[in-house]
Design a protein around this ligand. Structure first.
Ligand code: SF4
Length: 347
């Protein structure tokens, strides 16, 4: 068992495991996985101590590395994952999540090269900025075959970042460094070939979240949005998920900013930092349903490939990130969640 570590073994998301036929099961409402998420695995786990993460060193119970975001991440041989992927046209992209571990950089390059050589998938890397000191490391990933990188900034303010990922938990991560590496990513991979991950509901105001999304946009990085989920066994297991109306407003604001339809400057907030006016007509955006779909790296068709079905909520719902186009009933539900019937958020 001790030998089953990266790079020859790698964890997959549960959705990937089902799609590749390692396990039996089907997706609620026939959601189709288009992006394969892989996660490096070491016996020592991740050296980060992030307060909200199931992989963190401060995790209180359960086998090390057993869970990451919400569900199990089973471990398989890389070779077998590659073989099974070849028969799956529905998969457009693969994403390799590094973790903060001394071997992660070298092993990530190895996994990129193997995937590049043996598949025609686009390759993203969810990088660990703490391991990256120079652009050279990113350039090496690009040379090996990656076309995009993601950076999990997660917390929307320097205070929250420090408190949940940095000094507050005696963790190694630093806010400024994460943004510096975001800049390096843009310089190596190009504008909008970089995505930042942000988690709604860690304690930030809506204004702070919107401003951070705008900061990323100004640098050339899209935001891939997550809704906080209390990871069992993590120190934040008792912290509630953000209210649905808050999450829906942030999804709309992200869409407006990332699609360059408007900017944070034009949006208005109340004294508690709650978004009360988008500064533009949003009914048609809501009706399109697109702002509420999962945001992530694109696939061969230019549409989001990293749709992470049910990576953010229980399949029993309510769905926060739609892995497919929301249907008419979903839009109705979203309108209710936004409180539109009360005519409260939009002038
Ligand atoms: S959006 Fe998905 S594919 Fe892109 S970096 Fe994030 S996890 Fe990876």
């Amino acid at each position: 068992m001790g030998q089953k570590v990266s790079p020859e073994f790698i964890q997959t998301s549960l959705a990937a495991s089902l799609t590749l036929g390692f396990q039996n099961g089907s997706f609620h409402r026939n959601a189709k996985l288009k992006g394969l998420n892989l996660l490096l695995h070491y016996d020592e786990g991740c050296l980060g101590k992030c307060h909200f993460c199931g992989l963190s060193k401060s995790r209180q119970e359960g086998p090390k590395g057993k869970t990451f975001i919400r569900v199990d991440w089973p471990l398989y041989p890389l070779e077998e994952i590659i073989e099974r992927t070849k028969a799956k046209d529905q998969i457009h992209r693969v994403c390799i999540s590094m973790i903060t571990h001394p071997k992660a950089m070298e092993d990530t390059l190895y996994v990129i090269e193997r995937l590049k050589k043996n598949t025609d998938l686009f390759i993203s890397v969810l990088i660990s900025p703490t391991l990256i000191r120079h652009e050279d490391s990113l350039a090496a990933m690009k040379k090996a075959g990656a076309d995009r990188v993601g950076i999990a900034i997660d917390a929307a303010t320097p205070q929250l970042f420090d408190q949940l990922r940095g000094k507050g938990v005696e963790g190694p991560h630093q806010w400024n460094h994460y943004w510096n590496v975001t800049g390096m990513g843009v310089s190596v991979f190009g504008k909008f070939y970089v995505g930042i991950h942000l988690i709604v509901g860690l304690g930030e105001t809506e204004k702070e979240m919107v401003e951070t999304i705008q900061r990323g946009q100004n640098m050339g990085a899209y935001t891939h949005l997550f809704s906080f989920f209390p990871e069992k066994g993590s120190p934040m297991e008792k912290h509630a998920s953000p209210p649905l109306d808050q999450y829906r407003r942030i999804q709309l604001a992200r869409w407006i900013i990332n699609e360059s339809l408007g900017s944070a400057n034009q949006m208005r907030f109340d004294e508690n930092g709650r978004l009360i006016n988008f500064g533009m007509e949003v009914e048609s955006l809501i009706q399109s349903g697109e702002p509420f779909m999962t945001s992530g790296c694109p696939g061969r068709d230019g549409k989001v490939a990293c749709n992470r079905p049910y990576g953010n909520e229980r399949p029993s719902g309510p769905i926060r990130n739609f892995p497919f186009m929301p249907e008419a009933e979903d839009i109705e539900e979203i309108r209710t969640q936004l409180g539109l019937n009360k005519k409260s958020i939009i002038d």
